[in-house]
Each structure stands twice: as structure tokens, then as C-alpha cells.
Design a protein around this ligand. Structure first.
Ligand code: FE2
Ligand code: FE2
Length: 221
């Protein structure tokens, strides 16, 4: 090997040394990825909780009108109880937002009050079927919303919320089942097809074998 080639080789080596970026240790990649996943889950959790907080307000006002509009005393009592459960959910979700250091959207809050009260008033005009149908369809979405929130809570390191979120999903499941039971077999279902049935209630907890019910931590009223 000539001295020149040695120098050339040495020069290449110098260049390589200058431009070589060592790969991050495997643990560093994992930590960065898991930090990003945690932060994404937290963002998604907060997004759902903010929506749910205002959504519960709209639902509660709508049920207040709905309960007044029905004439059957049993239906009225059940819908009033559902309204109370929605207010309770709102309080629980508000507490979670507080723990996370987040605040609900003022615009969404105002909109929820207007939408909820308007829907409540419309219950007096729209007859018996439509409010029952709309409520059941909405409740089926609420189940998924709290299930997703429970997943994000666990993934973001807020496992302390999981039990409460699962209980709220179960209560929403009960609401959906009630409204479905009211309209099933109604002649208008020919024109307003039933939404897809949620999976059985037990499946809400099937992904959380370690979660246990805690007395006094009910998602219901
Ligand atoms: Fe609710
Ligand atoms: Fe509900």
C-alpha cells in the first residue's frame, strides 16, 4: 500500500468519522416512541373528554324536554333518571379534565346549551317516536366514546380514570337498550331502520381483566 493510498484511506476515514451519526440505542427509540404514544393518547383522551363534557350537557337538556313531553308516567320517570345520569357523567368528566389541567371549550358549552334546549323543545312537536329514536342512536355512540376514552386513559398513564370511564360506558349501554326497547316493533321502524346493536354489555370490560369495581365510584347516578 502506497503512502498516498494510506493518506487517501485515512482521509476517507476522517470524512466518515465526521459524517457518521451513531444509531440511537434501542432503548432510546423505544422511549421516544412510547413518549409520543403517551402524548397522542393524552391528546385523544382530552379531546374526547371535552366533547363528552359538552355533549352530556346537550343530552341532559334534551332529556329534560323529552321527559316533559312524554305522557306515560313510567317513561317520564325513566327519562328523568337518564337526565340525572347525564348530569352525573358531566360532573365526572369535568373532574377528569380538572385533573388533566384542561378546561372545556366555552364555545362548545354555549352551543351544547342551545342545541340541548332546542331538542328538548322539539320533543313537544315531533311526536313520540322521533325523540326515542334519536336518543337511542345517540346513546349507541356514547358507549363507543367512553370505551375509547378508557383505552386512551390507560395508554396515557391515567389508569385511575379507567374504571369510571368503563362504568359510564355501561350506563350509556343501558340508556341505548332502554330507547331501543321502546321503539323496537314500532311501525315507523320500517322507514327509520334501527342502528346497529352494540356488542353485549360484558364486552365493555373484556379488555380490562384487572379492573375491579370500586364501591362509591359509580358512573351511574
Ligand atoms: Fe352520559
Ligand atoms: Fe346516556
Amino acid at each position: 500500500m502506497s503512502p498516498g493510498s494510506t493518506t487517501q484511506s485515512g482521509a476517507r476515514g476522517d470524512v466518515n468519522e465526521r459524517t457518521f451519526i451513531p444509531p440511537a440505542p434501542r432503548g432510546a427509540h423505544t422511549n421516544a416512541r412510547s413518549h409520543m404514544e403517551t402524548s397522542n393518547s393524552r391528546r385523544d383522551l382530552v379531546g374526547i373528554l371535552k366533547l363528552a363534557y359538552s355533549g352530556e350537557r346537550a343530552a341532559a337538556y334534551a332529556y329534560r324536554g323529552h321527559a316533559r313531553a312524554v305522557t306515560d308516567p313510567e317513561e317520564r320517570d325513566r327519562i328523568r333518571a337518564i337526565e340525572e345520569e347525564e348530569w352525573h357523567h358531566r360532573n365526572l368528566v369535568g373532574e377528569m379534565l380538572g385533573v388533566l389541567g384542561e378546561r372545556p371549550s366555552a364555545v362548545r358549552e354555549a352551543r351544547a346549551a342551545i342545541v340541548g334546549r332546542t331538542l328538548g323543545l322539539l320533543c313537544f312537536l315531533s311526536g313520540w317516536f322521533l325523540p326515542m329514536y334519536a336518543a337511542g342512536k345517540l346513546e349507541s355512540r356514547n358507549i363507543k366514546e367512553y370505551e375509547a376514552a378508557a383505552r386512551h386513559a390507560r395508554a396515557s398513564g391515567h389508569g385511575e380514570f379507567t374504571e369510571c370511564l368503563l362504568e359510564m360506558a355501561e350506563v350509556e349501554w343501558d340508556h341505548e337498550a332502554y330507547f331501543r326497547s321502546r321503539i323496537i316493533g314500532h311501525r315507523w321502524v320500517r322507514w327509520f331502520p334501527l342502528w346497529q346493536s352494540p356488542p353485549p354489555r360484558e364486552t365493555i370490560r373484556s379488555a380490562y381483566p384487572d379492573e375491579h369495581r370500586k364501591p362509591g365510584n359509580s358512573g351511574g347516578a
